[in-house]
Ligand binder design. Structure first.
Ligand code: PLP
Length: 363
């Protein structure tokens, strides 16, 4: 079976973790600091604050913005539940802008159309490793004095017009096991704003500035050195891992180009895609469940990210803090998307197997 994602850690990770074990400092310590410094460099920002997962990264980022009930956050309806859960946890109101079927991210036009007197935050999601149209979204944020919080959980190292995802506002990354970079569970927040970084560090550690000097009601959002140690060797080879993903993606697109009605992922001008997922849109009217079954029978795991719009589940219905506007493109994309394995550990011939299997399923 060709898996949709794999975790491949080796002797370098083992050595780093063992060194932490032997050091006796196994909670947050110097290795977390090392990860933060190196991640800030990757994203090209002044500050990175490591936390215990990507959801927490979003929650903490929104918490330091002092949002009030009724404040609106504009995000994507085509995302993982964590994005919406974090907005609701912050006590804010979620609104959903439509996405483009080119980059699967919110479009500047649909975002701008929702901006009103209650809007406080724009929260684009860089889905599948493809960054949103951040140059235009940043202009909208500037014009209306809004804060940008980026859900960059899937987009470590992606960039737009030479500027990295996570560098346009407050960047929220996940280090979960299936993400491009992993610590098992983990997250990291990036910012150029020293006061935001300082507040995040305080919030992460029970609201303490110094030992027992509490300045806010905080929480425990800390990552551990044991976890951070796992990410450091991956950072050493990260460029190569992304290049392997990009190569697999390019080859898949080459092989799939002839399938009638199938849309392969776009390579948008000016954007550097880090290929967390390789996601096609099946031809209109295709029975997606049958394709998934056929692919499985052919030995290829696939993923559906995401089968329904994020708010289209019972916990989010009929709530004053979840405002729905029509998002027809997102609805169509959710009904037709299918992700194929693109990870850097595909073996020789796997790409051909994957493309061949899809061809057969759609024949
Ligand atoms: C993974 C993910 C998250 C949450 O990250 P966790 O580390 O799993 O908490 C948030 N948003 C998106 C888009 C994700 O893919």
């Amino acid at each position: 079976m060709i898996p949709i994602s794999t975790v491949q850690l080796g002797s370098e990770e083992e050595e780093r973790v063992l060194a932490v074990l032997r050091s006796g400092v196994i909670a947050q310590g110097p290795v977390v600091k090392e990860l933060e410094d190196r991640f800030a460099t990757l994203v090209g920002v002044e500050h990175a604050v490591a936390v215990n997962n990507g959801t927490t990264a979003l929650i903490a980022s929104l918490a330091v913005l002092d949002l009030k009930p009724g404040d609106e956050i504009i995000t994507s309806p085509f995302t993982f539940a964590a994005t919406l859960n974090a907005i609701l946890e912050a006590g804010a109101t979620a609104r959903f802008a439509d996405v483009s079927d080119d980059d699967f991210c919110v479009t500047p036009e649909s975002v701008e159309a929702l901006v009103g007197p209650r809007t406080k935050v724009l929260l684009p999601v860089h889905l599948y490793g493809q960054p949103a149209a951040m140059t235009e979204i940043s202009r909208i944020a500037d014009e209306h004095s809004l804060t940008i919080v980026e859900d960059a959980a899937q987009a470590h190292g992606a960039s737009v017009d030479g500027r990295q995802a996570g560098g346009f506002g407050i960047g929220c990354f996940s280090l979960y096991a299936t993400k491009n970079l992993t610590t098992g569970e983990g997250g990291i927040i990036t910012t150029d704003d020293a006061s935001i970084a300082a507040r995040l560090r305080i919030l992460r550690n029970q609201g303490m500035r110094q030992r027992y000097e509490y300045v806010t009601a905080g929480n425990n959002y800390r990552l551990t050195d044991l976890q951070a140690a796992i990410a450091l060797p991956q950072l050493d080879r990260y460029d190569r891992m992304v290049a392997a993903r990009a190569e697999n993606a390019a080859r898949l697109s080459e092989l799939l180009v002839g399938i009638h009605g199938l849309t392969t992922p776009a390579q948008v001008e000016g954007r550097f895609h880090v290929w967390h997922q390789y996601t096609v849109l099946l031809p209109e009217g295709t029975d997606r469940d049958a394709v998934v079954e056929g692919m499985t029978a052919a030995g290829v795991s696939t993923g559906i990210y995401y089968p329904r719009l994020v708010h289209d589940y019972p916990p989010y219905r009929d709530r004053a803090d979840v405002i729905l506007d029509p998002t027809p493109v997102a609805a169509s994309v959710a009904a037709r998307c299918l992700s194929l394995p693109v990870h850097p550990h595909l073996a020789d011939g796997d790409v051909e197997t994957i493309a061949g299997a899809l061809q057969d399923c759609l024949a």
